[in-house]
Design a protein around this ligand. Structure first.
Ligand code: DOR
Ligand code: ZN
Length: 342
């Protein structure tokens, strides 16, 4: 049976880059138009490492996004992160989670962690107080093929970490491989994963379709088709361990279309529409609400949203440029459209 409209509990975005300054004012309304809350990534320059910086950033986000949207702040972990200050910020309600960027893994990760041993006291403390760790799960070892960096991260870091800290709540962010999907599925309930629209929709061929396509480049980079299918199966399986996290990561057009283009896909304007398309194609629309609006909140121990969002079946072409940025799906036609919040 096909449905023409669906109304679900209002979703949250469990992984987004809202940037700062003019870019923040440009992009935040797109996220706030669909999502009630979002886990906001801290990879600014300088990174968001202190409670004071987070409070200031949170206020700027609220000003840009308008009321009705709640940013959930994450602490950027560095080799110098002080466990006491981190715990204090969590207990005060400023930090919702902390983010582990292996140094050099991605955009603005230069201040990230150079050796996981440097932050073990902070991670032990987080486990003790029930604070969630969000992980960019890729090794930075230049000897490891870029398409293998996620799978190798599991072997070298994630698996050992879960052995040492078996109760630690970890979100394996933006999973892209069959290995990651399987690792999460086979782990205990303390391990979850976010899944982006792009990793459900494109495989690595998209990067080279008729020429180099910088607007399909993000990190972790899209993988082979068999990995896309495994990630799709996991996301639409109904397992509570997988939830929505767009990883919307806007960069100016010139920064993408460059001899050294930035990683990141700006998918915020039509994120829910992208996901809905995937769930419909997989015959899993009945599991869409759990993925988008329930599993993440339950994982973080937060209440479910009260509001609702309605999507309608309506074919519409995505503009080549939105607010000066090139969006995911530019020039393509999507079948679902958000009709409104209630
Ligand atoms: O593609 C990405 N862009 N991956 C990340 O991990 C970071 C993000 C960004 O901040 O641009
Ligand atoms: Zn990200």
């Amino acid at each position: 049976m096909t449905v023409d409209t669906m109304t679900i509990r209002q979703p949250d975005d469990w992984h987004v880059h809202l940037r700062d300054g003019d870019m923040l004012r440009t992009v935040a309304p797109f996220t706030a138009r669909q999502f009630a809350r979002a886990i906001v990534m801290p990879n600014l320059v300088p990174p968001v490492t202190s409670v004071e910086a987070a409070r200031g950033y949170r206020a700027r986000i609220v000003a840009a996004a308008g009321s009705g949207f709640t940013p959930l702040m994450t602490c950027y972990l560095t080799d110098q992160t002080d466990p006491d200050a981190l715990a204090h910020g969590f207990e005060e309600g400023v930090w919702a989670a902390a983010k582990l960027y292996p140094a050099g893994a991605t955009t603005n990760s230069a201040s990230g962690v150079t050796d996981i041993r440097n932050i073990m006291p902070a991670l032990e403390r987080m486990q003790r107080i029930g604070m969630v760790l969000c992980v960019h799960g890729e090794v930075t070892d230049p000897e490891v093929d870029v398409f293998d960096r996620e799978a190798v991260f599991i072997e070298r870091f994630l698996e050992p970490l879960t052995q040492v800290l078996p109760e630690f709540k970890i979100v394996f962010e933006h999973i892209t491989t069959a290995e990651a999907a399987q690792f999460v599925r086979d782990s205990g309930p303390q391990i979850g994963a976010t899944v982006t629209p792009q990793h459900l929709i494109i495989n690595r061929n998209a990067l080279f379709a008729g020429g180099l396509r910088p607007h399909t480049y993000c990190l972790p980079v899209a993988k082979r088709e068999r990995h896309r299918l495994a990630v799709r199966a996991a996301a639409t399986s109904g397992s509570p361990k997988f939830f929505l996290g767009t990883d919307s990561a806007p960069h100016a057009r010139e920064a993408k279309e460059s001899s050294c283009g930035c990683a990141g896909i700006f998918n915020a304007p039509f994120a829910l529409e992208s996901y809905a398309t995937v769930f419909e194609e997989e015959g899993a629309l009945d599991r869409f609400e759990a993925f988008a609006s329930v599993n993440g909140a339950n994982f973080y121990g937060l209440p479910l949203n009260e509001g609702a969002v309605t999507l309608g079946r309506s074919e519409h072409r995505i503009d080549d440029e939105i607010a000066g940025l090139v969006p995911f799906h530019a020039g393509e036609t999507l079948k679902w459209k958000v009709a409104g919040l209630s």
